[in-house]
Design a protein around this ligand. Sequence first.
Ligand code: AMP
Ligand code: ZN
Length: 470
Amino acid sequence: MADSLPQVRLYNSLTRRTEPLQPLQPGKVSIYACGSTVYKYAHIGNLRTYLFGDMLHRTLEYTGYEVRYVKNITDVGHMRNDDHDSLAGEDKVEQAAALEGKSPAEIADFYTDAWLEDEALLNILPVDVMPKATDHIPEMIALTERLLANGLAYDVDGTIYFDVSAFPAYGQLSGQRVDEMRAGHRVEVETDKRDPADFALWKRAREHRLMKWPSPWGDGFPGWHIECSAMSLKHLGERFDIHTGGIDLKFPHHEDEIAQSEGVLGHPVVSVWMHGEFLTLADAKMAKSSGNIIRVAELPDLGHEPLAFRYLALTAHYRSKLDFTADALHAAGSGLARLRRAAAGPGDAVDLTAEPMARHRARFADAVADDLATPKALATAHEVASAPDLTDAQRRTLLLDFDRVLGLSLDASVADDAPLPDGAAELIASRAAARAAKDFAASDALRDELAALGVEVRDTPDGQDVARRG
Ligand code: AMP
Ligand code: ZN
């Protein structure tokens, strides 16, 4: 799209404005995304956030940028219940290892592979580097030493805390004042920091802890936040363009990353901070810790392939909440099938720079460049699917060009499997929720209702297995 590139505009959580993208190096964009904590299967809420990162990646490439994309793997330091500074807190990976009778490394490898398989099913493009936190312990120790040297951290018995009172810009991303944060901290947490608003960079290892490393302050392990400072600075340098994550990471994770990285370097590191909103289930945040989750592998049980979920994610802007329902997934599956039908069939590629293609293409590019306005981009794709002024070959070429961003495999054939009977998808979704909530009476009743519709469900460790009875 050489000359007619639209100006990409992105909402920056730091300035709270939509701004034209001005990369540090012309034509190149560097991105750091906070990745998964690999102690359980990722759920489709987590994947919504990675889909948002993928849309950013694809949009930038579509509009002519060369992208360097780093997405990390959190395999140590993320504490249960987000008790980041409780000395008694349990590391999520270490706790899963104890529960499953495996080593922390086995847990991390298993769930990393599962996460990447889910990403592949959703056509999330691979990134350039996927650094693991446990491979960056020396870098984290070095940053912690520099923060101590700069007077921004203190040592309490082998645990090193960041001193927020020494960093006046603390709170700039989340818009909170330090005194408000103090008031919001829970008092019962066991900690020995000087101020409730301070946070741990490095923690002394308690007895029995498996994952620990020697440091100048004795055996210990890193805090979750220092990991992303260490990995982003190492793989993208002292200044980079975009940092992404889910909205819950804005505070404290990203606020703390800014304090650490800027506290070491003395200058801003990230130009644009971007945060994706939550996927909810029955209007509650889908969360690994609460168990109200659906996995990518369970989507076929709801009668749809994983890419129907990708389509569903694109129907909402990344900064809006999206509630997952069986009906919404069903509608997404139909929308996807419609685009695929329009893109089907033979037809030579046509020149996209000629009219009327150029006009459709410009509208599509303007939509995605406008802070990733995916609902508008999908609407443009549907207009193309039924535009009277296009031949089949033109329509097909345009849709396949849009698919470089949409990532919906629009060249796939449309499955003509018998659809589930009316109402079945909703019952299957309710049953998944009942099972997650361990409401077995409700789950049995729903199984009977499904059987009455001619749909048989079987429970497997990976979710429900659904079959039509002939
Ligand atoms: P975690 O594996 O818990 O470290 O989270 C990985 C990513 O998923 C982070 O960017 C979170 O902000 C994001 N995330 C967690 N829950 C949801 C949700 N329900 N909807 C969208 N993103 C989420
Ligand atoms: Zn992070």
